[in-house]
Design a protein around this ligand. Structure first.
Ligand code: ATP
Ligand code: MG
Ligand code: MG
Ligand code: MG
Length: 353
C-alpha cells in the first residue's frame, strides 16, 4: 500500500510539520508500505519527493525540503518535481496529512481528500475545522458540559468600530491577566498574555494579524496537562502528561526554540482528577466528532479545578512530542501508533463506501 505523506504546508507551523513528518517516515513499517513524500511549500506548491520503499531510502531531514534538483543532491536526495492533486487518486493508497495549523489541521485539505474520494489519516472535515477554531470549539465544549475559563469572542469589525467597547466588555467579565488568541492557529503563534489594559489592546491588535475573530480568555495559574486520544467510535485515552514550565506562558519559543519545557509523563496528578480529565477529554473529542487522533489540553488548578483549554487534531508528532510520548507511556509504540492511525483512516473510509 502506498502512503502519500503530505507535510510542511502553508502555515505558521510549517517547520514543525517537517520534523513530525521526518519522524514518521523513519518509523513506518516498510514491510507493508511504501511512502510517497509530498512536500507542500510555504507558498502552497506540492512537490513530489523520491518514493521510499525501504529504510535505506529514508532521506535526511535537510533533504525533505529540496524543491529543485541540484547537482549535489541529485543522486541521494528527496528531490522534487511538481505534483498534481490527481496523482493522489491511486488504488490501494492512503493520504497522511502531517500538517499543523491552518490549511492542514483545519479541515481544508481533509475536504480535498473527501472531494476526490480517497482515505486519509486523522480527523474529518468537521472535527478538523471545529477543533482548530477555538471560538467554535468552546461552544461545543460548553454544550458537552466540560468546564472552561471565561472568555469573550471578538470579531474584527467590532474591534475596528469600537475598541473601547471591546476592552470594557472584557474587563467586565474577566480580570487581568487575560490571554488573547487568534481563533484559528497553534504553537502559541499570535497569543499574548495581557496584564493590563494597554497590553490587552496590543494583544488584541497582534491576534488580529492572524485571524478575523479572536478570543480573549481569563488567565489562570494552573498546571497544564494533556491527554492523547485515539480511535473512531471507540475512543481510547492515554495517561496524562504534564508540561513543567519554567516560565508562566508556554509560548512558541519555549515550545520549539529554547527547550524550557519539560514533559512529565505520567503526571503525578491525583488518580481521581486524572480520571475526570480523561473523561472530559473523550467527551471533548466526541463533541467535535473527532476520529483518528487528537490531543486535549487542560488546566488543573491547585484546588483541583479542571478546565479544558483546547483540542488539537494534529498535534506535534515528532518522536519526542507529547502525543506519541503519551501513547508510548500507555503501552503503544511510535511505530504501532502510526500503524493504528492508518488502520483507523482506512476503517472510516470503508465504512462509508
Ligand atoms: P498548541 O501548540 O498546543 O496548539 P495553541 O497555539 O493552540 O497551542 P493554547 O494551547 O491555547 O495555544 O495556548 C498556548 C499556551 O498559552 C498554553 O499552553 C498556556 O501556557 C498559555 N495559556 C493559554 N491560555 C491560557 C489561560 N487562559 N490561562 C493561562 N495560560 C494560558
Ligand atoms: Mg492548539
Ligand atoms: Mg496546535
Ligand atoms: Mg495548546
Amino acid at each position: 500500500m502506498k502512503i502519500f505523506l503530505l507535510y510542511g504546508g502553508k502555515s505558521e507551523e510549517h517547520d514543525i510539520a517537517i520534523l513530525s513528518a521526518h519522524s514518521i517516515i523513519q518509523n513506518i513499517y516498510y514491510e507493508f508500505y511504501e511512502v510517497q513524500p509530498v512536500f507542500i511549500t510555504r507558498e502552497g506548491d506540492w512537490i513530489k519527493g523520491r518514493l521510499i520503499t525501504q529504510e535505506e531510502e529514508i532521506p535526511e531531514v535537510e533533504d525533505m525540503t529540496l524543491v529543485l534538483p541540484d547537482d549535489d543532491h541529485a543522486e541521494s536526495a528527496n528531490v522534487g518535481i511538481a505534483m498534481s492533486i490527481d496523482e493522489l487518486k491511486e488504488e490501494d493508497s492512503i493520504a497522511f496529512p502531517v500538517l499543523h495549523g491552518p490549511n492542514g489541521e483545519d479541515g481544508t485539505i481533509q475536504g480535498l481528500f473527501e472531494t476526490i474520494g480517497i482515505p486519509y489519516v486523522g480527523c474529518g472535515v468537521l472535527a478538523s475545522s471545529t477543533g482548530m477554531d477555538k471560538s467554535i470549539s468552546k461552544v461545543l465544549f460548553q454544550e458537552a458540559g466540560i468546564p472552561q475559563v471565561s472568555y469573550e469572542k471578538v470579531w474584527k469589525r467590532q474591534w475596528e468600530s469600537d475598541e473601547q467597547e471591546v476592552i470594557l466588555r472584557c474587563e467586565a467579565s474577566m480580570t487581568y491577566p487575560m490571554f488573547v488568541k487568534p481563533s484559528n492557529l497553534g504553537s502559541s503563534v499570535g497569543i499574548s498574555q495581557c496584564d493590563d489594559r494597554e497590553s490587552l489592546k496590543a494583544g488584541i491588535q497582534e491576534a488580529f494579524r492572524f485571524d478575523r475573530t479572536i478570543v480573549v480568555e481569563q488567565g489562570i495559574e494552573a498546571k497544564e496537562v494533556e491527554v492523547a486520544l485515539l480511535g473512531n467510535d471507540d475512543i481510547h485515552t492515554s495517561v496524562l502528561g504534564e508540561l513543567v514550565k519554567r516560565k508562566g506562558f508556554y509560548d512558541y519559543e519555549s515550545k520549539y526554540l529554547d527547550n524550557t519545557v519539560e514533559m512529565k509523563i505520567p503526571s503525578n496528578i491525583d488518580e481521581e482528577v486524572s480520571r475526570t480529565v480523561r473523561d472530559y477529554a473523550s467527551r471533548a473529542f466526541a463533541s467535535i466528532e473527532g476520529s483518528g487522533l487528537a490531543r486535549a489540553d487542560f488546566f488543573v488548578t491547585e484546588n483541583d479545578e479542571i478546565y479544558i483549554n483546547e483540542v488539537n487534531t494534529f498535534p506535534g508528532f515528532t518522536q519526542f512530542s507529547m502525543y506519541p510520548s503519551l501513547w508510548e507511556a500507555t503501552g503503544l509504540s511510535y511505530s504501532d501508533l502510526i500503524e493504528e492511525l492508518i488502520q483507523l483512516g482506512l476503517q472510516r473510509f470503508n465504512e462509508r463506501q
